[in-house]
Design a protein. Structure first.
Lengths: 132, 826
């Protein structure tokens, strides 16, 4: 008596609460990837110099040569920062995109899983005893 | 009844998983999951081989055609099997189970917790108590109480239900395992008696139950890596890209986020919630966000920092702190690099500039006062160097200091005090210590293959507070635990109970603890006799002292006061000091544990400063040092009445509370000492009474001392006993003379010389050696002059040597010595 009841309760969970939980966990993982690639920080500091490296401008604005050299160094530092950040942002966004695409696939897989299990089991038995 | 339990179970939302659990236990499920996964991988490998064989020439195609569908079939079946195992496991791990079990988020409709459900579903018979005690959880709780499984079996074999027990279920309350255990304790007398046999009381049973439940909750929580809190702990790839590098700072500092301590299981911040929120508040300020953490010891201040670092890692701190990199400056190491003012200033400013530019630092300065004084010694000033960073909020600084150095060196610097907010760390209550110990014990058990009972954990927390006065208790308890682990391993103990902890503490402190063993029982019963081996006469005095010691040893004494405090009144030379020595020997096992202070040296106005230390002169006190170096033993306060009034008031507090505060406000624990104050005050009255043929009455003498203003009544009341020592009778003197000569004979026999202690010699020493004013004390001098010295002279001259027999005879006419030394070869 207990087995059918538990089986029924399981199915109710599988097609109800489990889907919600799966979505919640998936959301956690997407959030994690988003934060792991530090996308919000990278976007906020997109134009900032690489690791805050740079030089201070001379107080005397008339020292043109010195000003120009500092300007170039600081520009290069910012450029390095922009390139590094762009690479990481792109990798992060691609990963996120893949995860988003994967979500409906996984949901469909989950929905079909009980059926897939039964089918695989039966097919496996047929293959085992009767060949192709 | 069993039907009722089943009905109750079926009403619970846990019913399906409880049934599944009863079919396949959690451990078995894990094993099945691993096994099915392995089989699946194995068949994948076979399938691959078979598929590849098809294209390799020379292999029989018919054989491959025969094998291929079979291997594929097995692969599909093994996958189906693995998928089902995974689905069942996912069902178990589903969120309502997670929320309830791992986060303790039950709702009234749940009726009972999952752990109670596990106990109920494992019940096979009709009764709850046997069901509970036979369930894996019940067995685990009993093991934590120190009760082995065989004892449970024995108890259950003879158990008969003579009481009508009802499961305490209510519609509006969730029954927790703790409630179930308490209801069994209250409702089943036989269970209570059974626990009593193992010295387990209700609080220990509840503590053990909570500990077991907490272990389950912690493990479940940690397993769920996908949960937001756990994922948050993984640091981002580019979290530091926006901040600057700090090469100079990195040379002297240590990034605490990579410290080993934060990977421990200790996530319980509840005991330090108040202090942590204070620190977070200060560090979130718009300006002057600098904190100074003041604790009894440096370690305690560091302990709070570890909590803060864990919170930073878990991102449960306010936004102003969450992105910070906590860097600990090793002050000693930093200062050791420099000999000149300019060099240290240059490096410090460079370091602070870097930190300010980096923008994400939280600079923690260990031993803050050392940095201040170190810079001062080099002619520099910390405040003038860092003031700019502190006021402009370019940097967050947290300084760590202990109470002592804070009061002496930091608090006096008014400028610094305006820049830093002070946070005082309060000592942890015993429950919090037990809680943090529980987690430390899990780690120790895992690493060292040991098993601690809950009473052992309680004993460690308790003993750390009472017997180890130095450093803070929370830290000391964990230290004590880490000392017990190798000690137990060296003795081959696997199970550590209260007894083992007490044995360890007893060995370390020499204070007898735990259950009284037969030898000690004998010693305690015959305490007066044992003391009498050294002290002659003074029956009442020895009885009073012995009774106090017995009270202390049986645990009846107030643990917040010293072990004992006695005032010995009486003339000189009647055995007051000797009793103290005898007590040190009997109670602590040796005279070396007798500490002595001559109170006549503490009469002046500076007496208190001499004893407890002087703040102005930064000088530690004699008593503070003595107590820190020897926290256990007998402290003899000679000529107590001569001490200054302030000193008497100090002892009023010591006898009452068991501690005093030294010059810097640090508490000094004296609860593990026996205080004996000796005093000649009242000696005249005692003599007078004896001369009149009366027995000296303690109450009369005390009244007289109070009326003369020598002692205040409140001080006398603080003593466990005020003991009057009577002048020695001639019979007592004879016995003392015999004892002293006996001691000399023993010393000589070690050199192979046999000294005969004749009645004549005893009588001579007692009559000519003792005197009315100084009691028995001059007898020692008499023996030295008339026996020891002549024998020593003869040994030097070669007239007495190894194998000689010495008699003490009456002196011959004309001889100056009062005893004739007659030596013969044996």
């Amino acid at each position: 008596m207990r087995f059918p009841l538990i089986f029924f309760k399981y199915l109710v969970w599988h097609y109800g609460k489990a889907l919600l939980e799966f979505t919640a966990i998936y959301k956690n993982l997407i959030n994690f990837v988003y934060n792991f690639f530090s996308i919000p920080i990278l976007l906020r500091s997109f134009f900032a110099p690489w690791r805050r490296l740079g030089e201070e401008y001379p107080k005397d604005v008339l020292k043109i040569e010195e000003m120009a050299s500092v300007l170039v160094i600081n520009f290069l530092m910012r450029l390095v920062g922009i390139v590094m950040r762009t690479v990481l942002i792109v990798v992060g966004l691609v990963t996120l995109l893949l995860m988003i695409i994967l979500y409906p696939v996984l949901v469909i897989f989950w929905l079909l899983l009980p059926l897939i299990v039964v089918l695989l089991f039966i097919t496996g038995l047929i293959f085992l005893f009767f060949g192709w | 009844m069993s039907k009722t339990i089943r009905t109750i179970l079926s009403q619970s939302p846990f019913y399906p998983i409880l049934v599944l659990e009863s079919w396949v236990s959690s451990t078995r499920r894990q094993a099945i999951l691993k096994f099915s996964g392995l089989i699946f991988v194995l068949f994948m490998f076979f399938t691959l081989i078979v598929s590849l064989s098809n294209i390799i020439p020379g292999i029989d195609k018919n054989l491959i055609a025969l094998l291929a569908p079979r291997v594929w079939g097995l692969l599909l079946i093994s996958f189906a099997f693995y998928a089902v195992s995974k689905m069942i496991e996912a069902y178990f791990n589903s969120s309502y189970y997670f929320d309830n079990v791992a986060q303790n988020k039950y709702q009234p409709g749940d009726l009972f917790t999952f752990t109670v459900g596990r106990v109920l579903s494992s019940i096979k018979g009709d009764e709850i108590l046997p069901g509970f005690l036979s369930s894996p959880l019940g067995i685990e709780i009993m093991a934590r109480c120190g009760i082995p499984e065989e004892e449970i079996e024995k108890f259950l074999a003879s158990w008969k239900n003579d009481q009508n027990y009802q499961l305490p279920l209510a519609n509006d309350k969730v029954l927790k395992l703790r409630d179930l255990v308490v209801s069994l304790y209250d409702g089943q007398k036989s269970f209570k008696d059974f626990l009593f046999r193992f010295d387990i009381q209700e609080n220990e049973l509840i503590g053990a139950t909570n500990w077991v439940v907490r272990r389950i909750e912690t493990n479940e929580y940690k397993k769920r890596w996908w949960w937001e809190d756990n994922l948050k702990r993984i640091p981002g790839l580019a979290k530091d890209w926006g901040f600057g590098n700090t090469p100079t700072l990195d040379k002297y500092c240590w990034d605490l986020l990579f410290g080993a301590q934060i990977s421990s299981t200790d996530h319980d911040f509840s005991s330090r919630e108040e202090e942590l929120s204070q620190i977070e508040e200060v560090l979130s300020k718009d300006r002057e966000a600098n904190a100074l953490i003041v604790a009894e010891t440096d370690q305690e201040a560091m302990d709070i920092i570890w909590h803060l670092v864990r919170k930073i890692r878990e991102k449960t701190v306010p936004p102003a702190v969450s992105f910070r990199r906590p860097m600990l400056l090793n002050t000693g190491n930093f200062l050791a690099q420099f000999k000149e003012r300019s060099a240290v200033e240059q490096e410090l400013v460079k370091m602070l500039d870097e930190s300010a530019r980096a923008g994400n630092l939280l600079l923690i300065i260990d031993n803050f006062s050392l940095l201040l004084s170190g810079l001062e010694n080099l002619g520099s000033n910390f405040l003038s160097l860092v003031d700019h960073y502190l006021t402009a909020n370019l940097l967050l600084i947290v300084g760590l200091a202990d109470t002592d150095t804070f009061h002496r060196k930091i608090e006096t610097n008014a400028g610094l005090m305006t820049r830093f907010d002070r946070i005082f760390i309060r000592p942890l209550p015993e429950e919090s210590i037990v809680r943090s110990l529980e987690e430390a014990v899990w780690l120790s058990e895992k690493r060292n293959n040991l098993f601690f009972t809950f009473p052992a954990v309680m004993a460690i927390a308790h003993d750390a507070e009472y017997y180890f006065s130095e450093s803070n208790t929370g830290d000391k308890a964990v230290d004590l635990l880490s000392e017990i682990v190798p000690w137990s391993a060296s003795r081959g103990f696997y199970l550590i109970g209260k007894k083992e902890v007490e044995e360890f503490v007893e060995g370390k402190t020499k204070i007898p603890l735990g259950e009284i063993n037969p030898a000690e029982k004998e010693k305690l019963i015959n305490l007066e006799e044992n003391l009498h081996k050294r002290v002659i006469g003074q029956e009442e005095a020895l009885k009073a002292v012995s009774n106090a010691i017995r009270r202390s040893r049986t645990g009846i004494r107030n643990p917040k006061r010293p072990i004992g405090s006695f005032l010995f009144l009486g003339p000189t030379g009647v055995g007051k000091t000797e009793t103290s020595k005898a007590l040190a020997e009997v109670f602590f096992g040796g005279e070396k544990d007798l500490l002595r202070l001559d109170m006549s040296e503490y009469q002046g106005a500076d007496a208190l400063a001499k004893l407890t230390g002087s703040f102005g002169e930064s000088q530690a006190g004699v008593l503070s040092n003595l107590m820190r170096e020897h926290p256990y033993g007998v402290l003899l306060l000679d000529e107590f009445e001569k001490s200054n009034k302030d000193i008497l008031n100090l002892f009023l507090q010591i006898f009452d509370e068991g501690f005093f505060s030294d010059m810097s406000g640090k508490k000094v624990n004296v609860r593990n000492l026996i205080f004996i104050a000796t005093s000649n005050a009242g000696a005249d009255m005692i003599w007078q009474a004896v001369k009149e043929g009366q027995k000296p009455e303690a109450t009369k003498i005390i009244d007289s001392l109070v009326s003369q203003g020598i002692y205040k009544p409140e001080l006398l009341n603080r003593f466990d006993a005020v003991v009057v020592f009577n002048p020695l009778t001639s019979e007592d003197l004879l016995q003392i003379a015999k004892l002293l000569l006996g001691q000399l004979a023993k010393r000589l026999s070690e050199q192979g010389i046999d000294l005969a202690v004749s009645d004549f010699a005893v009588k001579t020493v007692a009559t000519l050696g003792a005197n009315e004013v100084f009691g028995a004390r001059p007898m020692i001098r008499f023996i030295q002059d008339n026996v020891e010295q002549p024998i020593a002279d003869k040994i030097i001259k070669g007239e007495i040597t190894h194998g000689f027999h010495v008699d003490l005879l009456p002196p011959e006419t004309g001889e100056t010595n009062l005893l004739k030394i007659d030596a013969k070869i044996l």
